[in-house]
Ligand binder design. Structure first.
Ligand code: MGD
Ligand code: MGD
Ligand code: MO
Length: 766
């Protein structure tokens, strides 16, 4: 990279003029200033399209510009005028593209025609859609269904996702891993266990009624910036926001609303967090133990003093199970252990607990800092434990709010993308489509990786995403990937997973959600579910990148029809009718899930969307006990599977910058953290630098101290001083993924533990 590297402290608020500048820069770079500005006016509007960036809720009364800097970047990236044509592929072997960065690959622009890898020339060559479908189907027809994986990334619409799970099940497996398996699966497992629903209970309305927010491990300014509007409004009402995050993230410190002319002119900033607790990575369970302990102690004191109880004893008795066991475990846990594991003082935790106790409606918001740990499911349960102590679930202004990542990742689960057969309506699918759905458990992401490493998996179909780049164990995974017999990638832009491919490899370009998807000359719409369980319709606004693209539903239908010789059941679906009119896909969805999607074709256009039923939001607990469950933490220690206690072992957590959407790297800059021109950085505390003998700018190799015979290392990382708890360092995803062992994942949910990786650093020769 020829980028100039510059690292300096940034104290500017999130939002503000920096944000406006970023938006104009990317529109210019993608050469879509006029068209982009016109398209952005429809982003997240009731009659527009649902942003392809994050999953944050879309209000019924949107701001004139209901998008943020991150969303504008994602839009510009998709409707870019840059295109990848046949010439590009003819003049670049895939081997030569292996040295390209993630940024360089995607930056080239949109894919424009279907392609097949040609072994003789080592290039992608054009292929007709019919020939592609026929050959893929022929390959699949020769395989055992259990050896094929149907991955999806969380962007695909509800309609597409519904068709995709049906295709996989008709073909004969439940091998439907999705990006959620690397993300909020700890939520789906954890919340189901504690409150009986796999999703959060909070709505946008609750932000107007809350009087306290606890915010764990989510970087709102970068990853869901539209939520800053709700946080800012809450702060203006005086609502305290208590943040737990090892890094001082700009968006959680202060915000200037780029859509408020007066704030922009006066430079007014709203301070977001009222108390900022720089918890150790993996220290949240301990921190919440501390909060719980302070609450229990305060409650005992209140009883002794004959004052009002601190705990909501009525709620605990009526609505919860096993609080006493939880309380005993908390009492047995010492403040010394809590302070050591959380990295926070008793005093700071007691202060936060007092604010919690003084509020009548508290929300718990969280992200990857909670879920991507070996104890990710336990961490999620700790958040609900905390909320339940004062009845903070199922009343206005209170509740649990996991902030989902991809724009429809929550919705994919809702319409049957899951490897767990018990979560899919298999009996209903069987009668609706007259086939016998497979009942064996399918593979999640980690299990798919295991199958690819062992050679059991023979084919991988990717509906979007960049699997091989997003998963752990990058080096072994890429090597094993090349042994796959068949790889098929449905995509909009070129990425690493197209360069690293199987023996027979297809690259199938699709229409994006911002684009007009015409079938039989009629523009179609799709729909998505946001992070708060609301469904929204979405209509594309831009002309497709190429006339030779197919929509995702059309690609799935094409593949399904080609499978007819080996999968007779596909004849039971009117694929052409569905693709010709997406309202008919929604009719089928409605038949499968009537309680969620009744009258769907009309209701999907309600301003602000409509909400799926979420029992816990009404204090109905669909758990085995019929009550909300307290979970007793089994350990305070985050890394039971990586037990190297040596003094030079540091705990690495991987994060995103505002210059990326997952593996899509818009630029090598991280405006908020003041890093420019490089992503090969490790953020380290001054004390650790002194202790271990590192100076600012030192180049190091990081390696994982695991004795399983696998060499995991990343060279060329630059040490930079940063405010981060001692013993913890931060680095970027996906650059640091080669350091994560595949076996280092969350218990129960198998989410890779990307937020606590033991590493050792070695200075590189100058
Ligand atoms: N612009 C943009 N938007 C995105 C994405 C993107 O890449 N770019 N990705 C999308 C996707 S798929 C997802 S899942 C979401 C991800 O959004 P987030 O959940 O915000 O995920 P991360 O950026 O990985 O980092 C989470 C935050 O957790 C903190 N953290 C790390 N370890 C710990 C810990 O142990 N405890 C606590 N309390 N905090 C910790 C980090 O410092 C960081 O601030 O964003 C979505 N939106
Ligand atoms: N170390 C570490 N690893 C992580 C994480 C972490 O925090 N740390 N986070 C994890 C998380 S939360 C997630 S969600 C995963 C993300 O994993 P994925 O979802 O697999 O990856 P993305 O980078 O979002 O996928 C980007 C690609 O999607 C394709 N694409 C974009 N739009 C469309 C579309 O409309 N249709 C189709 N078919 N394709 C499209 C483009 O070709 C683009 O290159 O990574 C996980 N990996
Ligand atoms: Mo995610």
């Amino acid at each position: 990279m020829g980028d100039k590297i510059e690292i300096k402290q940034n104290d500017a608020p999130s939002g503000g003029w920096g944000s406006v500048k970023e938006v104009s820069t990317i529109l210019l770079r993608e050469n879509v200033v006029a068209s982009g500005t016109a398209v952005l006016a429809h982003q997240n509007k009731p009659d527009g399209f649902a942003c392809v960036s994050c999953a944050w809720a879309k209000p019924a009364n949107p701001h004139p510009a209901e998008f943020c800097e991150s969303g504008a970047k994602a839009t510009a990236w998709e409707i870019t005028s840059h295109k990848l044509n046949t010439d590009f592929f003819a003049s670049h072997t895939l081997t030569s593209l292996e040295s390209w960065t993630d940024h360089a690959l995607e930056e080239k622009g949109r894919l424009t025609e279907p392609m097949r890898w040609d072994a003789a020339s080592d290039t992608y060559v054009p292929v007709s859609w019919e020939a592609a479908f026929a050959e893929i189907a022929r390959e699949l027809g020769q395989m055992a269904p259990k050896d094929v994986v149907f991955y999806s990334s969380g962007r695909a619409s509800l309609e597409t996702s519904y068709m995709y799970q049906l295709l996989a099940r008709m073909y004969g497996n439940n091998n439907l891993p999705d990006s959620s398996n690397m993300c909020h699966e700890s939520t789906s497992v954890g919340l189901q266990k504690t409150i009986g629903v796999p999703v959060g209970t909070v709505t946008l309305d609750d932000f107007e009624h809350t009087d306290c927010i606890f915010f764990f491990g989510q970087n709102v300014g970068v990853n869901s910036p539209r939520m800053l509007h709700q946080l800012q409004e809450a702060r203006k009402r005086g609502v305290p926001i208590i943040t737990f995050n090892p890094l001082k993230e700009r968006g959680l410190v202060s915000f200037t609303n780029p859509q408020s002319p007066s704030e922009m002119l006066t430079g007014a900033e709203t301070a977001i967090s009222t108390q900022y607790l720089q918890v150790k990575a993996g220290g949240d369970t301990a921190a919440i133990m501390g909060l719980s302990k302070a609450l229990i102690e305060a409650d005992e004191q209140a009883q002794a003093d004959n004052l009002a109880r601190v705990l909501d004893v009525d709620f605990l008795a009526t609505h919860t199970h096993d609080f006493d066991t939880y309380a005993s475990a908390i009492k047995a846990c010492s403040w010394a252990d809590i302070e050591r594991e959380s990295g926070l003082t008793r005093e700071a935790l007691e202060t936060a607990a007092r604010v919690y106790a003084g509020a009548s409606a508290v929300m718990g918001i969280y992200g990857m800092g909670i879920t991507q740990h070996t104890q990710g499911v336990q961490n999620v349960a700790m958040v609900t434990n905390l909320l339940l102590m004062r009845g903070n679930i199922g009343k206005p202004g209170a509740g649990v709010c996991p902030v989902r990542g991809h724009s429809n990742v929550q919705g994919q689960r809702t319409v049957g993308i899951t490897e767990k057969p018990e979560l899919a309506p298999l009996d209903k699918l069987a009668s609706q489509f007259r086939f016998t759905p497979p009942r064996e458990k399918g593979m999640n992401t980690v299990e798919a990786c295991e199958g690819i490493l062992s050679g059991d998996v023979k084919a991988f179909i990717g509906l979007g995403g960049n699997f091989v780049r997003a998963v752990p164990e990058t080096v072994l995974m890429e090597k094993a990937w090349r042994k796959l017999r068949l790889t098929v990638q449905v995509a909009t832009k070129l990425n690493r997973n197209h360069i690293v491919h199987g023996e027979v490899a297809f690259l199938l370009p699709c229409v994006g959600r911002i684009e007009i998807d015409r079938q039989n000359g009629v523009a179609q719409s799709v729909s998505i579910e946001d992070s708060t369980g609301f469904m929204h319709g979405s209509k594309g606004r831009a002309e497709p990148a190429s006339a030779n693209l197919l929509s995702e539903p059309a690609i799935i239908a094409g593949l399904a029809k080609a499978l007819l010789p080996t999968v007779p059941a596909v004849a039971n679906v009117d694929w052409d009718g569905w693709v010709g009119n997406y309202a008919r896909i929604r009719d089928a969805m409605e038949e499968t899930f009537p309680e969620i999607f009744f009258q769907y074709n009309e209701r999907m256009w309600m301003p602000g969307g409509f909400r799926r039923p979420i029992a816990a939001a009404h204090r109905v607990w669909n758990t085995p006990s019929g009550k909300a469950m307290f979970v007793v933490p089994e350990a305070l220690d985050e890394n039971p599977d990586m037990q190297d206690e040596a003094a030079d072992v540091l705990r690495l957590f991987t994060v995103r910058s505002d210059g990326q959407f997952n593996t899509t790297i818009y630029s090598h800059d991280d405006r908020f953290r003041g890093v420019h021109g490089t992503r090969m950085v490790l953020f380290m505390a001054r004390a650790d630098m002194d202790r271990l003998g590192f100076a600012e700018g030192d180049m190091v190799t990081a390696s994982t101290p695991a004795d399983d015979g696998v060499d995991r290392s990343v060279a060329g990382l630059r040490i930079t001083e940063y405010s981060v708890p001692e013993g913890c360092i931060a680095g970027y995803y996906p650059e640091c993924n080669p350091l994560i062992p595949l076996w280092h994942y969350a218990k129960e949910s198998k989410v890779p533990a990307a937020k606590a990786i033991d590493v050792r650093l070695q200075k590189m020769a100058a």
